[in-house]
Every structure is written in structure tokens, then in C-alpha cells.
Design a binder for this molecule. Structure first.
Ligand code: NAI
Ligand code: MG
Length: 363
């Protein structure tokens, strides 16, 4: 018997989801062999698979399995088959939003990593990203302008107007700030807090709270940046960043920008964390219906999602580092799935299973 056991709810979903999930599970098998740990896995249907097999994108049995777990490993959901359903019943809206709500997933982690071997796939000049970069956007996910009331469209004196409310409470800011600083300690110990404190009151408060919390982390370097400048700095010199701390809307935009700099969606994991250690881990991309069923999808985003699960929910830094290093090694060795294959010498084109096998071998 392993000395530690973690319960993982495995939700492969649709399209390439099950294909890449199988590879991530192989990596978990390898981690079990290498470390004194056991992952108790329970599979559940979600998204289109949930609709087809149990009548709902997020069936109650799936919710129960997730509630009994220490973390959720999620594939991806959606596809043309379910696109004619009413919006709230569709795979993505019907599963992801309720999961965020049920589990209080207030913190979204989106790393943007460019591995040294893949700098050619970025839209940025080689000289800017030489040697790769690794930054992490920490985005507040359940507050801010996307959720605050009042919001709406109304007519006043014959003129239509739309309005939203930007609102953050001090506890909301403090909670996400602590996550960012705790994570920075496990990385390069730098936090850049993104706001618009020259214009927005929420940002003035944001900055005050971040400053106060930062005093408890003297070992972490804090800087502040206006969001417009941050958008610019990301394309100018991404290597200056370690952790970027953002409210909901700024984080939405900045994380998409950062992801695109890497040039390969099939490589990027993400995590959504609740208070405590519970989290949901999934690739940044979708179910890729255009390549589903062909066995050619890149499993790295799913494998790195499993690595984030080890790091953030299970406290297994060493194992997570080992998975990340194994991914970097196979890329250095030239293994490429179609999405990252550039046809240069030294590259070996592989399919989903071969990429998974290579990563397990490197482990
Ligand atoms: P997508 O991310 O599925 O695909 C965009 C492009 O990236 C496609 O060309 C796809 O082949 C490629 N790609 C994505 N992941 C890849 C991987 N691992 N390996 C190789 N290539 C990969 O986004 P799209 O096409 O906008 O959406 C497709 C479906 O996925 C839709 O039904 C959408 O609703 C759903 N979706 C689900 C998400 C989730 O489950 N969290 C997130 C985004 C979209
Ligand atoms: Mg977005």
C-alpha cells in the first residue's frame, strides 16, 4: 500500500478529451510507480458524453463523484453534435459554469510556457524569446465586472444605454492575492499585480490590499503595472514576468494574449482552484473536433494539467517537476505531434500515444 492516497475524479469529456486523458492517466501510473503514492480514480461523464449517456452535460452522478474527490482532472467538452441545443444545456455552458459555481473555483491559473525547443512556434521574434519563458496568470474568476450587479440595458430620455458594475470586496482581493503570492514562492518569487489604478476605484483598492498582503511575503518581489502597459510589455519582453495577478476581466484578456505568445494551444494546461486544496485541472484548448478520433492530438496540455494537479492540489512538487522535466526532455529529443511539427531535421513526428509513451519513458 502506498503511504498516501489521493482521489481523482476523471472527466474525459468529448472529442480529443478521452484520447489525451488516456495519456495523462499513463503518466499518473508512472508517478505511482516512482513515488509512494496512489491515485484512486473514478471516471464520470461530462459534456456531450453526459448528455448522450445520462441526459445532462453535468449529471448528478458526476457531481457526486467530484464531491468525493480531492481534485478533478477534466478533458474538454463540446462538438458539432450538440450545437443546436439551447445555450444553457450545451456541453460547455452546461458543465463548466456549474462546476465553477458548485466547487467555488475562484482562482484560475493559466501558465504560458514556451519550451526552449519550441521557440520557433511563437509569433514573437526568436531574439525576444530565446531560451523560452514560463509565466503564470493568476486570474480572479468569480467576481468583478462579469458578475457584479446592477447590469443591464435601459432607455433613459429616449436614449438606450448599457451598463455594468465593477466591484471587488477587500476579502475577494485578499483571497486571490494570497494564492498568487503562495504560488510565486514555489516559482521565481515575483508577482506583478495588474490594475488600472489611475482610472478605476476598484483598482485603487486592489493595489492597497495587494500592498498590505505583500508585507507578509518579504521574500516575494512585488511590482504593479497598468493593464494597458502589461498588454504591451507581454509582447515586448515576456521573460520579465513570473506571476501576473489579475482581476477577472483583465485576467481574461491578458491570459489569452499570453497563451497566444506560445503559439501552441495543445501545449497549455490550466487550473481552477477553490479555497483549500481542491481544484479542477484541464487543457486550455477545447475538444478539437477537427482532429478527434484520429489519434493525433497533442496530449501535453492534458499531461501538464495532471502535473498542476500534483503541484497545487496534492502538494507533490517533486513529482510535478519531474513530469514537467520529462515533457521538456521529449521536446528536446525532437518528438512532435502534428500541431507543433515544423518539418525541420531532428524532429520525429509522433501520434498521441507515442507522445505519451515518450513522456512516460522520460519519467
Ligand atoms: P479547440 O481548442 O477545440 O480547437 C482550436 C484549434 O486548436 C483546432 O484546430 C484544434 O485542432 C487545435 N487543438 C486544440 N487542442 C489541440 C491539441 N491538444 N492537439 C492538437 N491540436 C489541438 O477550439 P474550438 O475549435 O474553438 O472549439 C471546439 C469545441 O471545443 C467547441 O465545441 C467548443 O465549445 C469546445 N471548447 C471546449 C472547451 C473546454 O472544454 N474547456 C474550451 C474551448 C472550446
Ligand atoms: Mg477568454
Amino acid at each position: 500500500m502506498a503511504s498516501e492516497t489521493f482521489k481523482v475524479a476523471v472527466l474525459p469529456g468529448d472529442g480529443i478529451g478521452p484520447e489525451v486523458m488516456a495519456e495523462a492517466l499513463k503518466v499518473l501510473d508512472a508517478i505511482e510507480k516512482k513515488y509512494d503514492v496512489q491515485f484512486e480514480r473514478r471516471h464520470a461523464n461530462v459534456g456531450g458524453a453526459g448528455i448522450d449517456l445520462e441526459g445532462k452535460a453535468l449529471p448528478q452522478t458526476t457531481i457526486d463523484i467530484c464531491k468525493a474527490a480531492d481534485a478533478i482532472l477534466f478533458g474538454s467538452v463540446g462538438g458539432p453534435k450538440w450545437e443546436s441545443l439551447p445555450p444553457d444545456e450545451q456541453p460547455e455552458r452546461g458543465a463548466l459554469l456549474p462546476l465553477r459555481k458548485i466547487f467555488g473555483l475562484f482562482c484560475n491559473l493559466r501558465p504560458a510556457i514556451i519550451f526552449p525547443a519550441l521557440t520557433g512556434s511563437s509569433t514573437l521574434k526568436e531574439s525576444v524569446i530565446e531560451g523560452g519563458f514560463n509565466l503564470l496568470v493568476v486570474r480572479e474568476l468569480t467576481g468583478g465586472i462579469y458578475f457584479a450587479e446592477p447590469k443591464g440595458i435601459e432607455t433613459v430620455d429616449g436614449v438606450r444605454r448599457g451598463f455594468d458594475t465593477m466591484l471587488y470586496t477587500e476579502p475577494e482581493i485578499e483571497r486571490i492575492t494570497r494564492v498568487a503570492f503562495d504560488i510565486a514562492r514555489k516559482r521565481a518569487s515575483k508577482v506583478c499585480s495588474i490594475d488600472k489604478a489611475n482610472v478605476l476605484s476598484t483598482s485603487v483598492l486592489w493595489r492597497q490590499v495587494v500592498e498590505r498582503v505583500a508585507k507578509e511575503y518579504p521574500d516575494v518581489a512585488l511590482s504593479h503595472m497598468y493593464v494597458d502597459n502589461a498588454a504591451m510589455q507581454l509582447v515586448r519582453w515576456p521573460k520579465q514576468f513570473d506571476v501576473l495577478l489579475c482581476g477577472n476581466m483583465f485576467g481574461d484578456i491578458i491570459s489569452d494574449e499570453a497563451a497566444m505568445l506560445t503559439g501552441s494551444l495543445g501545449m497549455l494546461p490550466s487550473a481552477s482552484l477553490a479555497e483549500g486544496s481542491f481544484g479542477m485541472y484541464e487543457p486550455s484548448g477545447g475538444s478539437a473536433p477537427d482532429i478527434a478520433g484520429q489519434g493525433i492530438a497533442n496530449p501535453i496540455a492534458q499531461i501538464l494539467s495532471a502535473s498542476m494537479m500534483l503541484r497545487y492540489s496534492f502538494g507533490m512538487q517533486q513529482a510535478a517537476d519531474a513530469v514537467d522535466a520529462a515533457v521538456e526532455k521529449v521536446l528536446d529529443q525532437g518528438y512532435r505531434t502534428g500541431d507543433i511539427y515544423q518539418g525541420t531535421s531532428g524532429e520525429t513526428r509522433v501520434n498521441t500515444v507515442e507522445m505519451g509513451d515518450a513522456i512516460v519513458a522520460a519519467l
